[in-house]
Write a protein that binds this ligand. Sequence first.
Ligand SMILES: [Zn+2]
Length: 381
Amino acid sequence: MPIPTENVGSLPRPAKLQAAIADYDAGKISQAELKVEQDAACKDSIQRMEATGAPIISDGEQRASSFATYPLADTLAGTGLADNLAGDGQYFAIFTDGHHRQLPRLIGGPFRYKTYAADYLREAVKMADKPLKQAVIAPSMLYLLYPLEGEIEGYTREQFMEDLVDECEKDIRQCFEAGAKRVSIDFTEGRLACRNDPNNPWTGRKMLEQFIDLNNRVLDRFTAEERKNIGIHTCPGGDCDATHSADVDYAELLPSMFKMNAGYFLIQLASETDKERVYKLLGEHSREDANGVPQVCFIGVINPQNPRVETPEEVRDDILLASKYIPVERLGTTDDCGFSPFSIDVKPKHGSPDFARDVAFKKIESRVKGTQMASEELRVA
Ligand SMILES: [Zn+2]
């Protein structure tokens, strides 16, 4: 079997769509008018991703407010916030360029998603010829909706966690029912949990193990056969071409991360300074048997925050080096992150979101070609 390759999920929203979102927030256009632009952006994303030769694609998350807030609000500005939420929650990340992103705050129970990822996927399926993957948010990110200290009156932390696990399970199951071939869980908060940023209180509370346990509560509801196609994505964040936790040593995260009983991991690596050291860590800590499934390591070979397009030869060489440490049957390739996890992203290092889209498709094409070249060289094609 050739080395598998899979994207994380998102693409920059076209400038036209970002303008429509602003108009929707300002009350200038209706939700139906916004949907026209979302449909066009999804169709363009799917057709162009299919044209890269990628074996599995996504809709570029063109309808999602962000990878984390899609279940909770129609837009990043908070239009159409779900029940029992207020807009002023904690920061889920502060980025290297100084900007931050904020979560809503839970003010009562029960906790319910307003939108499931499958609501987007069902639209994408109609537009696609190739198999689709769908990214969903991790319970550990949405756990941060509950205040760090104390309890919400009438809704205990444990009641919230039970509702949260139910909702996350439902989000994943609905994706498979809607036709997803693979579902990956975005876990950007894992690496950030090791950072201890005094400006972002939750990061200093050593929550990583708690996050892992919570995510396993969801994963444990799936059979080994199902978990082969359920992945985890780790990265140091990606927004406006900046990161939030690239300074955290992978050695702090990886031993815990692989305790999650997922069948595959999409791992940022192209932008790491010492890739070989990380390949070695992946070989040491990924498990041959994670409660019935082998853990496949999809190494990042593309940096979505840098406009320079990697060559297929560079991709091939990364894989060949990684194959010294990770068994080839447990090796795959991916992009370091989504190309724009948040809907409003001007892609400053690229100059514009539209140009960044053109670059993204070229990068995906390089990933696909380079992975094919490595498969041939390793005689698994
Ligand atoms: Zn990411």
